[in-house]
Each structure stands twice: as structure tokens, then as C-alpha cells.
Design a protein around this ligand. Structure first.
Ligand SMILES: Cc1cc2nc3c(=O)[nH]c(=O)nc-3n(C[C@H](O)[C@H](O)[C@H](O)COP(=O)(O)OP(=O)(O)OC[C@H]3O[C@@H](n4cnc5c(N)ncnc54)[C@H](O)[C@@H]3O)c2cc1C
Length: 535
């Protein structure tokens, strides 16, 4: 993560001051600067990127790990093209692998025949494979219709429904709890679990939640790029945000790091942004303020009541380096294939429900569900050549159903206990203990770091450690022009682009905006469009 030399803003006032230099703030900065606006980005951390960064996390080991976010799906090619970014993603051939005892289910995106055989061997028939083909054919058609709308003005509910043009798909994804559809379509518990995980990543909920937050989370996991594929960022997440920072600067934007914004005051036409940095307090003037920080943070900066309930993250992120890939109990699959895709652990449908119930009741799940993935199998460029030559690999683990509240009383103890229980689930499907495969760093310590929601709040400023800043929203406005559901109670993320606030000149440009969440650049793009449209 390159550190930016601290410096002071060059001007007393700007066309746009952007609060936060996460990837969305940088996207907004690049668009506005390219349109000739005078732009200042204020970032509280020593470097830009927010939750999309690469880090050398272990002493003396030259491996640039995507410390927080790690796969890309929701980033429209249009944004990389329009900003001229030198950044690429690489498709994974293996979509997923899910072990069950000494067997498992390998989904090979490049070989339907092989995948059919895998389903038949696991479930005893072609039934679930055919259901799988139908179900993901349906989500793909929805993706083709919905994804292009993300960078257009927010459609009404009716307009989006018409654009999708498939009443059964609308019913399944937008109207009924996803659990009903999954249970009707699939018979096997493991297959049902593999489908449901996309509804639970970064969202503490269950299959039958009447609020449908699981459906919204699922939707964002299957529409990316119009295909739903999750791709590997070549060079790691930091390569993306570094390219964005370069593009923003090249277009004339100023980026000041180590600058924590403490207040935003606006009369709707002009604004003042106060920040702490370089040993003192400062204020700059702004025609527009774009806020990359979460809506809860924006409320605090404006001195207003919090918008809705406090966000709460619910995941454990673990970054590891391995001296070699572990062998699997399932000898029919090559670890190089199993770990290249998304490797599901303890994510059967019943296991997911049980873990949710335990966590909701205030105890750590006894069999914590998680998914893991090896970046370096698809893109070894994040490893020093010497490490790659030795067969070193990265391992990224994302654990579900770990809400922040479980860590409140004993942050370190709870994290240690959850980590141990999570790794035990992984060990149960390996033919050798993971500990035997961990690389050691220059201090002789195992290359493993774990981040709870509390760590994410402290390190990245995600409120409650919520990876999407707050629960994801539907990608439409209600037909009365407002946002809907939980956001009816919320005053932010309104207007034509879903980025507005009660102040005419203050916009959300981060994950908490409508259609925000994930590494997408979408809310950054949309906030920039909202500003440019006004001027
Ligand atoms: C562990 C983890 C794994 C994830 N995995 C994935 C994944 O694989 N794929 C995916 O698409 N998404 C993933 N996500 C979600 C994704 O990373 C986020 O939704 C996305 O990065 C949000 O981007 P953003 O630019 O809107 O906000 P952020 O990345 O949160 O950036 C906001 C920036 O604002 C700064 N800031 C906050 N307050 C202030 C202030 N007062 N003054 C100045 N600066 C301030 C912060 O320091 C930060 O740099 C993951 C997130 C986490 C945490």
C-alpha cells in the first residue's frame, strides 16, 4: 500500500471536496477532475483505497495480499474504460468446490459435462444439476437486464420490473424470501447451501428473513458484469485503487492523506469541510461535498441523528500464506483446482441455519461457515518471484455469521475462539493439518492474520465493521421516487441517482448509497454524474 506524502490543499475552496479516499471516492474524484472540476480528496488513513487495498501483512515476506476485499464482480467495464485505468481482472475456471466428507462438489465453469457428473456423483441423480442450470440461467438473464442500469439514473420499481420482463424471476428474487425458491428448486442440502451463501456474505440474515435483505445481498452477488462471475484482480485489490488514485491525480485532483474530516456544514449551496491533519485543524470551502464515508459517519459529520439502526458487520476475514497447498481428504480433486474457486466450508443449508441461530442467540457458532480462495493460483504476480518459485500460495478466508456483538465483551478472546473453530472446520476436510502448511515470517511466526468486525471498524472506519457500510438496497426507487423498505426511514441515498441527501450540495459517493456496496465504483460514478448534471 503506497503511502502518499502528506501535503496541504493548494486552494481554499474547491468545486468538490470528497470525504474519504476509498475506491468510490477516487472514482468520483477522477470523473469530476476529468470534467474540469477542482477536486480535493481528504482521506483519514495514511494511504488511499479504504477496504480495497493490498498489504505486505507479514514481516519480511514480499507478498501483497488483498487485505480486506479480494474478488471483483460489480465493477462495470465502462468505468475502467472511461477512466483509462491500467487494471485487469482474470476469470476463474473453477467456480466452486464444496467438500462433503471424502467426496465433494466441483463446479467447473468451463465444462458443463464434468459439472453434471459431479452433481450426479454427489446427489445420485441429474435433478439438482438441471435445477442449477435453470436457476443460474434465470439469474443470468436478470443480470443482463439489471447490471447496465447501475450506472444509469435509479429506475423505478416498475421500470426495472418491465426491463427484466420475467414475472417468475421477479417473484423469486424480488418478492419472496430466497429460501422458498432455493428449497423449491434444489433437493440436496449441500447444493442448497452453496446457492444460499451468496445471500449471506456480508449480511447477517437467514434464508426466510421477511425483510428480504438476503435477497438483496444475493442479487448483488449474481448480477456483476451481467454474468455474476467473481474475478481475480490482477496485482491484487491495491492495483485497482492505485490505478484509480493515479487517474484522479493525472486529471488534476488533489489527494491529501492523514486528513480526518470532523465536520461538514452546508447551507445547500456552499459548504465548509473541517478536518484534522498535519498536527492541527483546518477548514476548506466547497461547492459540493461527496461523502465516501458511511451514512452513519455522514450523520455525525453533519451533527444530525443517525439514519436508521446502527450498522453491524458479521464476518471474520483471515489472510494466510502457505508454504504449500494442503492435501484434501477428497483425493478425487486436485487441490490446485479446489482452492482456485470458492471453497465452501461448513456451508450446508442446515449448517448455515444452525450457525445463524447460534450467533443470533449470542453465542459463537460451533461449526462456523466460511469460504476460502487462493489468489496466487490465478494470479501469482502478487508474490515475489522467489516465493512463487518455492510454491508459496495465498489463502483468503471469509467467515460468515460472526456479528460484531459477539466480540464486544472480549474482542481478542472471541476472535481467537472463532478462528480456532473455523480452522477446525477446514482441517476436517484436509488430509493434513493446515498449521503444517502455514509459511512462517521473518520472526518465525505463522503467516496468519484475522480481522473481526471490530478490527474493520477501527482500521478502515466501517461502522460496526459492516463491509457494505449498511445493508444493501434494492437497485430501484419506489414508484413514488423514494427508496423503499428499510430506507424509507432514512433520509440519505435519495434522488435521481440514489446518492442525494437533504442538502442539495451534499452527496453520498460510497457503499452506503443506493446500489453501493462491494468493489464497484458505481456510487462514486453516480455521485459524480449527479454533480455534473446539476452544474
Ligand atoms: C473483509 C472484507 C472483504 C470484502 N470482500 C469483498 C470482495 O471480495 N469483493 C467486493 O466486491 N467487495 C468486498 N468487500 C466490500 C467492499 O470492500 C466495500 O463495500 C467497498 O470497498 C466499499 O468501498 P467505498 O469506497 O465505498 O468505501 P471504503 O472502502 O470503506 O472507503 C471509505 C474511505 O473513507 C475514509 N473515511 C471514513 N471516514 C472518514 C473521515 N471522517 N475523514 C476522511 N476519510 C474518511 C476511510 O478511511 C476509507 O478510506 C469486502 C469488505 C471487507 C471489509
Amino acid at each position: 500500500m503506497p503511502m502518499d506524502a502528506p501535503h496541504h490543499p493548494q486552494h481554499a475552496t474547491y468545486d468538490a471536496v470528497i470525504v474519504g479516499g476509498g475506491h468510490n471516492g477516487l472514482v468520483a474524484a477522477a470523473y469530476l477532475a476529468r470534467a474540469g472540476r477542482r477536486v480535493l480528496v481528504l482521506e483519514r488513513l495514511p494511504a488511499t483505497g479504504g477496504a480495497a487495498v493490498s498489504t505486505r501483512a507479514f514481516a519480511g515476506v514480499d507478498a501483497r495480499l488483498s487485505r480486506y476485499s479480494y474478488l471483483v464482480s460489480l465493477l462495470p467495464a465502462r468505468i475502467t474504460d472511461e477512466l483509462g485505468l491500467r487494471f485487469a481482472v482474470r476469470r476463474r475456471r473453477i467456480s466452486s468446490y464444496t467438500p462433503r466428507g471424502t467426496t465433494g462438489l466441483l463446479v467447473d465453469a468451463g465444462d458443463a459435462g464434468r459439472t453434471r457428473e459431479q452433481f450426479a456423483a454427489l446427489t445420485g441423480s441429474d435433478r439438482d444439476f438441471e435445477a442449477w442450470q435453470r436457476f443460474y440461467g434465470m439469474t443470468r438473464r436478470v443480470a443482463e437486464a439489471v447490471f447496465p442500469t447501475l450506472t444509469e439514473p435509479l429506475p423505478s420499481r416498475t421500470a426495472l420490473q418491465e426491463r427484466i420482463g420475467d414475472p417468475a424471476a421477479w417473484e423469486a428474487l424480488f418478492e419472496r424470501p430466497l429460501g422458498e425458491t432455493v428449497e423449491a428448486a434444489f433437493a440436496d442440502d449441500l447444493v442448497r447451501g452453496v446457492v444460499l451463501t451468496d445471500a449471506l456474505i456480508g449480511t447477517f440474515t437467514h434464508a426466510h428473513d421477511p425483510s428480504l435483505r438476503q435477497n438483496r445481498c444475493f442479487l448483488y452477488h449474481v448480477i456483476g458484469g451481467g454474468t455474476g462471475d467473481w474475478d481475480v484482480p490482477v496485482g491484487g485489490m491495491g492495483a485497482f485503487t492505485d490505478a484509480l488514485a493515479d487517474a484522479a491525480r493525472a486529471a488534476g485532483a488533489e489527494i491529501v492523506t492523514g486528513a480526518e474530516v470532523t465536520a461538514v456544514a452546508s447551507d445547500g449551496a456552499r459548504a465548509e469541510v473541517s478536518y484534522e491533519g498535519d498536527g492541527g485543524g483546518h477548514t476548506v470551502g466547497a461547492r459540493h461535498v461527496l461523502v465516501n464515508a458511511a451514512p452513519h459517519t455522514l450523520a455525525r459529520l453533519l451533527g444530525e441523528p443517525a439514519p436508521g439502526p446502527a450498522p453491524e458487520g458479521a464476518q471474520l476475514k483471515v489472510n494466510m500464506l502457505l508454504s504449500r497447498l494442503p492435501r484434501l481428504r477428497d483425493t478425487a480433486v486436485d487441490p490446485r483446482e479446489a482452492f482456485a474457486g470458492t471453497f465452501h466450508i461448513a456451508e450446508g443449508y442446515g449448517q448455515l441455519a444452525a450457525a445463524y441461530e447460534q450467533a443470533a442467540a449470542g453465542v459463537l457458532p460451533s461449526a462456523p461457515p466460511s469460504e476460502i480462495y487462493c489468489h496466487s493460483l490465478t494470479d501469482p504476480s502478487i508474490l515475489a518471484p522467489e516465493l512463487a518459485a518455492r510454491g508459496v500460495h495465498t489463502l483468503t478466508l471469509f467467515g460468515l455469521h460472526a456479528p460484531a456483538r459477539l466480540f464486544a465483551a472480549d474482542p481478542a478472546g472471541a476472535k481467537e475462539a472463532l478462528l480456532a473453530a473455523t480452522l477446525a472446520q477446514l482441517d476436517a476436510v484436509l488430509a493434513e493439518p493446515l498449521a503444517d502448511c502455514l509459511l512462517t515470517d521473518a520472526d518465525g511466526k505463522p503467516c496468519l492474520e484475522a480481522k473481526s468486525p471490530l478490527d474493520l471498524e477501527r482500521e478502515v472506519g466501517l461502522p460496526g465493521g459492516h463491509i457494505f457500510h449498511r445493508d444493501l438496497s434494492w437497485p430501484y426507487a419506489d414508484d413514488d421516487g423514494d427508496l423503499h423498505g428499510e430506507r424509507d426511514r432514512v433520509t440519505y441515498a435519495t434522488g435521481r441517482w440514489g446518492v442525494g441527501t437533504p442538502y442539495e450540495n451534499v452527496f453520498l459517493c460510497g457503499a452506503g448509497a443506493a446500489r453501493g456496496g462491494g468493489v464497484s465504483g458505481v456510487p462514486g460514478h453516480n455521485a459524480a454524474m449527479a454533480v455534473l448534471e446539476k452544474a
